[in-house]
Design a protein around this ligand. Structure first.
Ligand code: NAD
Length: 331
């Protein structure tokens, strides 16, 4: 039996959480959920959107599944999502982008994995106003963080039987920062002769991914490019409603959808549960419950191919819970 932390989140989080957990439970996998709340709805009760017992639960269980959490604009508190990644040193953001049968997009056979560095780059938040009319932001790239993210990408490629890793950078312009990332990637690649390695400049890869996505396999990127390119890849396979993700550190992982809390749809039983469900499937594979993961994936794709009981974003009129029921029926 596995014990796993589940954070429903806020906004549409609780609805897609109920739907996704019901599907995972119906797969027969033996999981005891430790359900803990974080986000705007617990602010009043705990005085913080990320209570310490939530972090403790993840540290204890090592694995968590998390719904989206709102970052209100104009208030004092920082993003819970960023705080959580920092507190647990979840340095790798993993975002598979795989075509789903029944989900209409420009391409039918996309199978990409984006590995984004999660801790540094322009996201270190070191910025200030120089004068009223000029601002400065500092980009930090270290050898240590570059090495561990590229090693993560290669280890993932090995474990999942992938053929190639592509490092993305702008080292032609940012010779120090991106130059260090690229040099480190090349160094790490030498330890993995069985996996092909290449590098691409970030603007070029954006064009290539739109024109010839089949040329690529695992992409490894510093934080900012990773943020942008992973959304581009989510768009190639059907958008926010279906895109899963994971934030992974050493021996600890939090699985969460790419999308946010979609507050305008809160409580309407309307949004697609698949981004969170697919994050759950990633989690099941991570804990080696591959049979349960395959069972859910098969039922999910059958419902998508049928196309009758799917949510609005996929052209249907089913609610969140009806789509979940359809998947459970197929299982
Ligand atoms: P969002 O992803 O919440 O929603 C944007 C739009 O995408 C929605 O209005 C909806 O049309 C669509 N959408 C999102 N999820 C969907 C789903 N499951 N099914 C169908 N359609 C879906 O982005 P936003 O409006 O920019 O952000 C809302 C809040 O979420 C903000 O406070 C933001 O900070 C937060 N956020 C949290 C996370 C996270 O928890 N990791 C990630 C992104 C944004």
């Amino acid at each position: 039996m596995h014990k796993i932390t589940w954070i429903p989140g806020d906004g549409v989080g609780p609805e897609i959480s109920d739907a996704s957990r019901a599907i995972i439970d119906a797969s027969g996998v033996d999981i005891e959920w430790e359900i803990v709340d974080a986000g705007v709805d617990v602010m009043e009760k705990y005085g913080t959107p990320l209570p310490e017992h939530v972090l403790e639960s993840i540290r204890r269980n090592k694995i968590a599944v998390k719904g989206p959490i709102t970052t209100p604009i104009g208030t004092g508190f920082r993003s819970v999502n960023v705080a959580l990644r920092k507190a647990l040193d979840l340095y790798a953001n993993l975002r598979p982008a795989k075509s789903l049968p029944g989900v209409k997009t420009r391409y039918e056979d996309i199978d990409l994995v984006i590995v984004r560095e999660n801790t540094e780059d322009l996201y270190a938040g070191i910025e200030h106003m120089v004068t009223d009319d000029a601002a400065e932001s500092i980009k930090i790239i270290t050898k240590k963080a570059s090495r561990r993210i590229v090693e993560f990408a290669f280890e993932y490629a090995l474990k999942e039987g992938r053929r190639k890793v592509t490092a993305i950078h702008k080292a032609n312009i940012m010779k120090c920062t991106d130059g260090l990332f690229l040099a480190t990637a090349r160094e790490v690649a030498e330890k993995y002769p069985q996996i092909e390695f290449e590098d691409r400049i970030v603007d070029n890869i954006c064009m290539q991914l739109v024109i010839k996505p089949e040329l690529y396999d695992v992409l490894v990127l510093p934080n900012l490019y990773g943020d942008i390119v992973s959304d581009l890849c989510a768009g190639l396979v059907g958008g926010l409603g279906v895109a899963p993700g994971a934030n992974i550190g050493d021996g600890i992982a939090v699985f969460e959808p790419v999308h946010g809390s979609a507050p305008k749809y809160k409580g309407q039983n309307k949004v697609n549960p698949l981004a969170l469900l697919q994050s759950g499937i990633l989690m099941l594979r991570y804990i080696n419950e591959r049979e349960a993961a395959d069972r859910i994936y098969k039922a999910m794709t059958a419902v998508l191919e049928e196309g009758a009981r799917v949510t609005y974003d996929l052209g249907g009129s089913a609610g969140t819970s009806e789509m979940a029921e359809a998947i459970i029926d197929r299982m």
